[in-house]
Design a protein around this ligand. Structure first.
Ligand SMILES: C[S@@+](CC[C@H](N)C(=O)[O-])C[C@H]1O[C@@H](n2cnc3c(N)ncnc32)[C@H](O)[C@@H]1O
Length: 381
């Protein structure tokens, strides 16, 4: 029998039906048997899904350009912390550090990069690819954020998360109550428990209430996590990129019931099929995420698409960051296709959204970031 299935069944036998979020947590993050703990081969062509950094290094390079601009908007401080949540294999960090070292030496000197990854396997992978940066103290690796026993420094902070919040466990709510997972004859079955006051409050504030037959998610774990993270930022920025929705979109009838399982690049709606062997995700509720950081004094900008964001950063130099190593036209053509995948509606460009928040920064400075200004500069010229 699949070992994580056995472990989940034992927990249900001992404690009774478990919440869907607990089921998702065990499937993904059980320290030995969970999907993200068992191996490091989830990403890329041979794995189950691609993230933007798997497509091309230009994603990290454009973000390095944006981080350098943020550093300058903050007055080019001597030290700036970049904390990346859920870095996976560390490809994004590798691209940002490498490009900054090459192109933005002032920013690179000031930068301290913290990778916060809770999978021990992925931390080992990160140690391999970022060895020189970890050895020199330029980068650090941790399992949890904020770091225990470390008082927050005076340096400004940038929090960055790509496809992180969609990987956090969610509660699933219906008009019958909250979804729980039970077992019968060695199968997982769905049962319902009365929804908790927190779950109902989440729906009241950031979502809608489910119609009969509908499923909606309450992202309580994401709320708790971003609450802890945002509380550490005295001055700085947050950039969260993910697929997701706003409450207004839900009111218009969209994004109702977004839990998906992903395996070998195909999507299934059945999260019970291959526990521990498939990824389980839920679209991000950006209304809730924005409200959580605003509670900690951050200003947020209205949600934009990844397409607008990357076009805004790359338009000034016509995406030279992508093409630098291309020697022959065929290489240029290949990179152009990868870039297209990152920015166009048919690729990741329109399904992914970017939430940007800032704290202790003049609003004009945030509004002037190139990532938030696609099209505006050229119109003004
Ligand atoms: C879908 S992957 C995204 C990886 C990477 N950001 C990328 O774009 O390729 C989500 C990552 O978040 C990590 N993760 C999930 N919950 C976490 C937590 N509470 N703290 C730190 N990392 C976490 C997972 O182990 C996984 O590496």
């Amino acid at each position: 029998m699949n070992p994580i299935r056995q472990k989940i069944e034992e927990e249900i036998r001992d404690r009774g039906p478990i919440s869907f979020s607990r089921y998702m947590e065990l499937c993904l993050y059980d320290p030995e048997l969970g999907y993200y703990s068992r191996n490091a081969e989830q990403f890329g062509k041979a794995g189950d899904f691609y993230t933007s950094s798997d497509v091309h290094a230009v994603f990290g390079r454009l973000l390095a350009r944006q981080f350098d601009e943020i550093w300058r908007a903050l007055g080019s401080p001597e030290r700036i912390e970049l904390a990346e949540l859920g870095p996976g294999r560390g490809l994004f960090a590798q691209d940002v550090l490498g490009w900054s070292e090459n192109k933005f030496p002032g920013f690179f000197r000031a930068l301290r990069y913290l990778l916060v990854e809770n999978s021990p396997r992925l931390r080992e992978r990160i140690k391999e690819i970022l060895r020189p940066y970890l050895d020199s103290g330029k980068a650090r690796l941790a399992a949890l954020y904020p770091l225990e026993g470390e008082s927050s420094s005076d340096a400004p902070t940038m929090i960055f998360a790509n496809e992180f919040f969609d990987a956090l466990p969610v509660e699933v709510l219906t008009s019958k109550g909250s979804l729980c997972v039970d077992t019968r004859d060695s199968h997982f079955i769905e049962t319902w428990a009365p929804s908790s006051p927190e779950e109902l409050e989440f729906l009241d504030r950031y979502s809608v209430h489910p119609e009969p037959g509908e499923r909606l998610e309450a992202a309580l774990a994401a709320q708790q996590l971003i609450d802890r993270v945002a509380a550490t930022v005295r001055r700085g920025f947050m950039i969260a990129i993910d697929y997701g929705y706003t409450r207004d979109e839900q009111l218009a009838g969209r994004h109702r019931g977004t839990v998906k399982a992903l395996r070998q690049h195909s999507v299934s709606a059945n999260p019970y099929e291959a526990p521990g062997e498939q990824d389980i995700t839920a679209d991000v509720n950006f209304t809730a995420l924005a409200a959580a950081v605003e509670r900690h004094g951050m200003q947020t900008h209205k949600l934009i698409t990844q397409s607008q964001f990357l076009m805004g950063i790359g338009e000034a130099n016509q995406f030279a960051d992508a093409f630098e190593e291309c020697r022959v036209p065929q290489e240029r053509a290949k990179v152009a296709l990868q870039l297209k995948h990152l920015v166009t509606p048919a690729g990741l460009g329109e399904s992914f959204h970017v939430l940007i928040g800032s704290k202790g920064v003049e609003p004009e400075k945030m509004e002037s970031l190139s990532g938030l200004n696609f099209g505006r500069r050229s119109i003004a010229r």
